[in-house]
Design a protein around this ligand. Structure first.
Ligand SMILES: NC(=O)c1ccc[n+]([C@@H]2O[C@H](COP(=O)([O-])OP(=O)(O)OC[C@H]3O[C@@H](n4cnc5c(N)ncnc54)[C@H](OP(=O)(O)O)[C@@H]3O)[C@@H](O)[C@H]2O)c1
Length: 379
């Protein structure tokens, strides 16, 4: 049987869009997915059609159509699904544009600026019978699947704690100044929404997602932030999450999710710093090395001292985005409206954690970013 072909439209042509469409070129059968196929049929740049043409040519998708506005892309009848690759400040407006035009959507992380926006998008997708998913690529890596399975099989015993850090170690003033999207309030900058989402991903995929769906409960949240004096965005955030129940019979579980722009989870970048993530159970622990978004390696250490070491191996020609793209293709082919690996419900619970962390520390983005109003003027 011919593989199911998913036809992608790419909304925005920045850094992550380049990474994503490169992965779509790799042959899915080389990673055991011979039943699906990805094609980029169009891309749009808000700058100009020429920019979209340049992007497609550089990424070897020259046959795809190039548009100079997002509105033209969402009107393209040949596009099945749109990958939204704008800064997260714009996700709510951009995803709504796609959904209102009856397109399925894969949206980059962080899903939106706040949970209310994600809830609104989820409700529109549901009403219209459209597929919608947050592009947290890490969740779909083979190593993430393997780690979740080890926890679910009880190999770690009762899992009481996960500590997860994603910290960059940058000279914030010289690297980001005041205009870079990492620190600019108008682009929903800050460590939490950009990097902390990965620390939270590890807490959630180990302590929350591993429970049967009916038993998953939102955690209590306590957070501290330190803000970058030049813009007011958070440069250091630490969140303590307390879950009423943990995997494999744990009577509770705590997650510690941290992120910092100035210090690094792996300063020497030589694998000498120890794990960035520790998932701790009564029979052993899993350690995952930096960076949390695409870990280099991991190990399972049992209480008896025995240890298995693993590399985070990717299929040939794949940086890692192909796995989430495969999930989107399979879901859409099978008529699913969301992914079981990262459901809309779980994305919303995580967004609520980030809302609480911001609220406890007085971090509010400009009203035009936090609003549910649509459409509003782009900025
Ligand atoms: N999954 C991951 O590993 C990963 C890694 C990095 C970033 N991300 C996420 O991907 C998103 C984009 O990040 P990026 O690093 O690709 O950013 P980027 O290089 O700045 O690209 C963002 C693109 O969005 C479009 N855009 C539209 N309005 C804009 C505005 N007002 N300001 C800036 N850009 C605007 C532009 O494309 P056009 O001009 O072509 O419209 C721009 O090139 C963010 O949500 C980020 O959190 C994910």
């Amino acid at each position: 049987m011919a593989p199911y072909e998913l036809r992608w439209g790419i909304l925005a042509t920045g850094w992550i869009a380049e990474q994503f469409v490169t992965d779509l070129r790799a042959d899915p059968s080389a990673r055991g997915q011979a039943d699906i196929k990805h094609t980029v049929v169009a891309a749009a740049s808000s700058r100009s059609a020429d920019q979209a043409t340049k992007f497609l040519k550089e990424q070897s998708w020259s046959n795809a159509k190039a548009y100079g506005s997002y509105a033209e892309l969402v009107a393209d009848k040949d596009v099945d699904v749109i990958y939204v690759a704008t800064p997260h400040s714009h996700h709510y407006q951009n995803v709504r544009l796609c959904l209102e035009a009856n397109k399925h959507v894969l949206c980059e992380k962080a899903f939106t600026v706040n949970a209310a926006q994600t809830e609104k998008l989820a409700s529109i997708a549901k009403d219209k019978g459209l597929f919608l998913m947050e592009a947290v690529w890490t969740r779909y890596f083979p190593m993430s699947v393997q780690i979740r399975e080890l926890i679910q099989k009880g190999e770690l015993g009762s899992v009481f704690r996960t500590m997860a850090d994603l910290s960059l170690g940058e000279d914030v003033e010289s690297k980001f100044g005041t205009e870079h999207r990492m620190v600019k309030m108008d682009l929903a900058g800050g460590a939490l929404l950009d990097l902390g989402i990965y620390s939270l991903t590890w807490v959630f995929q180990t302590l929350y997602h591993t429970l049967p769906a009916a038993e998953r409960k939102a955690p209590a949240v306590s957070a501290q932030m330190h803000k970058y004096t030049k813009t007011g965005a958070d440069e250091h955030t630490s969140i303590l999450l307390s879950f009423p129940q943990g995997p494999s019979g744990a009577a509770y579980a705590q997650g510690i999710a941290t992120t910092n722009l100035r210090v690094s989870s792996e300063p020497a970048k030589q694998g000498t710093s120890g794990p960035a993530i520790r998932i701790q159970g009564t029979k052993g622990e899993i350690q995952v090395d930096h960076p949390a978004y695409r870990p280099s390696r991991w190990r399972f250490i049992r209480a008896d001292g025995s240890k298995d070491e693993y590399e985070n191996e990717m299929a040939e020609g794949v940086r890692g985005f192909a796995y989430e793209a495969d999930e989107v293709a399979r879901c859409i082919r099978d008529g699913k409206k969301e992914s079981e690996v990262l459901s809309l419900e779980e994305s919303i619970v995580i967004m609520k954690v980030m809302d609480q962390a911001r609220e406890q520390n007085g971090l509010k983005y400009p009203d035009k970013l936090e609003t549910l109003d649509y459409p509003i003027e782009h900025w």
